[in-house]
Design a protein around this ligand. Structure first.
Ligand code: PMP
Length: 454
């Protein structure tokens, strides 16, 4: 059937995707077609499900009082309330908040804030470099892409980018921990690599190290090993650079902690959040700033030299604040932890024995299946086979489920990932259905009989 004509410039797709005419709870309703179970909340965004009545009420109340005020010149109760909620949620680890329109804008703000911090400390001329991780993703705007370790997404823009970022190995035990290496020895090796990188580029030229607290869509729900964040921060502090955690994917409850760093209590100097902040009801992200950085900004110009027409948008702030109240009132961070364990258990029971499911990993309600051609050698499927996108398409077309295909060729390594990141308020029945339909889509594309009935 010929695709319908469209004036929308779709990203990376040759055919227009299905049109969703409405959405409610955990279901997307395309036209035409049956309802689709939303097992990934888009890109791990819809954290309280679709069409929650409390968010409708909060948005319309804000529209009735003040739909817009230019944030560099005016504040609003909506912006103040959200910022104060976010700071208090960190027990004092963060003191100020700058609300943006997306995750990438929050990362851009973090990168600029880190530079301004050293300019005001009198080291602006020297501390201009960033260290990030290979196969990381921090956003598609040019600054955020510059710090991302995703060579394929950076490639065609390279001459426009600063070239001031270098990349170290991520914490990725499935492929990169050596046989017989303990977790502790692996973490020490990664910290040593970071230390070596500081020395290689000139330790006093580095402005900040930026990491995703939990690797999201490019590496596939890889939680940090115990001790990893603490050791990375220790190296960073030893060389006087800022420690930045990007929690755009992992933050605001997704991992079973409101902030993913709270699992180990390793606090960042700057942090970013986005997806679970607004739950998809509004485009929003935020940069959160620690007292250590705020203090230096105060000594200099006293302000962040950065603003945008729509930053701190009151409707976005009001919606995000209400999303956070729903998460709190309905005990959804705890539900993420409990349902996350159940999801992991069911995935292992149903798909652990599948010959092409190399790894099943996750934390909270962020899980990934890494699919391989050969489970023993971990050899990936050939790129041309497009395994993850084909499973995604089969899920949509035949099994009424939306999963997130991840991986692709990143830094020369092909990987096929199926990422599951359902809403925080899923029940055991929802989880059972997610596992059942995901397994059917995988078995449809790759074959393989179920190892257990659920
Ligand atoms: N950082 C991380 C860790 C992300 O996962 C993403 C989005 N996938 C971004 C930044 C960019 O966010 P956005 O798409 O909202 O710009």
């Amino acid at each position: 059937m010929a695709p319908p004509p469209t004036s929308v410039l779709h990203a990376s797709l040759t055919l227009p995707p299905p049109t969703i005419t409405h959405a409610s709870g955990h279901y997307l309703h395309p036209s035409p077609g049956p309802p689709i179970l939303d097992a990934s909340g888009g890109a791990a965004v819809s954290c309280i499900g679709h069409s929650h009545p409390r968010i409708h009420t909060a948005i319309s109340a804000q529209l009735d009082s003040c739909e817009y005020a230019f944030a560099p010149h005016f504040s609003t109760p909506a912006y103040e309330r959200l910022a104060s909620f976010l700071c208090s949620s960190t027990n004092g680890a963060m003191k100020k908040v700058f609300v943006t329109g997306s995750g990438a804008e929050a990362v851009e703000a973090a990168v600029k804030m880190a530079r301004q911090y050293f300019v005001e400390k009198g080291e602006g001329g020297t501390r201009t470099r960033f260290i990030a991780r290979q196969r990381s993703y921090h956003g598609n705007t040019l600054g955020a892409l510059d710090v991302s370790g995703h060579a394929a997404r950076r490639a065609i823009y390279e001459p426009l980018l600063s070239g001031k970022t270098s990349h170290v190995s991520p914490c990725y035990p499935y492929r990169e921990k050596r046989v017989a290496e303990t977790d502790e020895a692996y973490v020490d090796r990664l910290a040593q690599e970071l230390d070596d990188e500081f020395h290689r580029v000139g330790a006093d030229t580095v402005c900040a190290v930026i990491l995703e607290t939990m690797a999201g869509l490019t590496l596939g729900a890889v939680a940090p090993l115990q001790g990893y964040l603490a050791k990375m921060k220790e190296v960073c502090e030893r060389h006087g650079a800022l420690f930045v955690l990007d929690e755009v994917f992992a933050g605001m409850g997704r991992t079973g902690y409101l902030h993913a760093w709270q699992a180990e209590g390793v606090t960042p100097d700057l942090m970013t959040v986005a997806k679970g902040l607004g739950g998809g009801y509004v485009p929003i992200g935020a940069l959160m700033v620690s007292p250590k950085v705020v203090e230096v900004l105060g000594r200099g110009s006293g302000a962040f030299v950065h603003f945008q027409t729509y930053h701190g948008h009151p409707v976005a702030c009001a919606a995000a604040y209400e999303v956070q109240q729903v998460i709190k009132d309905e005990g959804l961070v705890e539900n993420c932890r409990v349902m996350g364990e159940y999801l992991g258990e069911r995935l292992r029971a149903r798909l652990g024995g599948h010959p092409n499911v190399g790894d099943i990993r996750g934390r909270g309600l962020a899980w990934a299946l890494e699919l391989v051609k050969d489970k023993t050698t971990k050899e990936p499927f050939p790129v041309a086979q497009k395994v993850a996108p084909t499973i995604h398409a089969a899920g949509l077309q035949k099994f009424e489920i939306a999963v997130l295909p991840g991986g692709g060729v990143v830094d020369g390594v092909n990987g096929d990932l199926i990422v599951l990141a359902p809403a925080y308020n899923v029940t055991r029945e929802d989880v059972d259905l997610i596992v059942q339909r995901t397994a059917k889509a995988i078995e449809h594309v790759l074959g393989g009989a179920p190892t257990a009935k659920i």
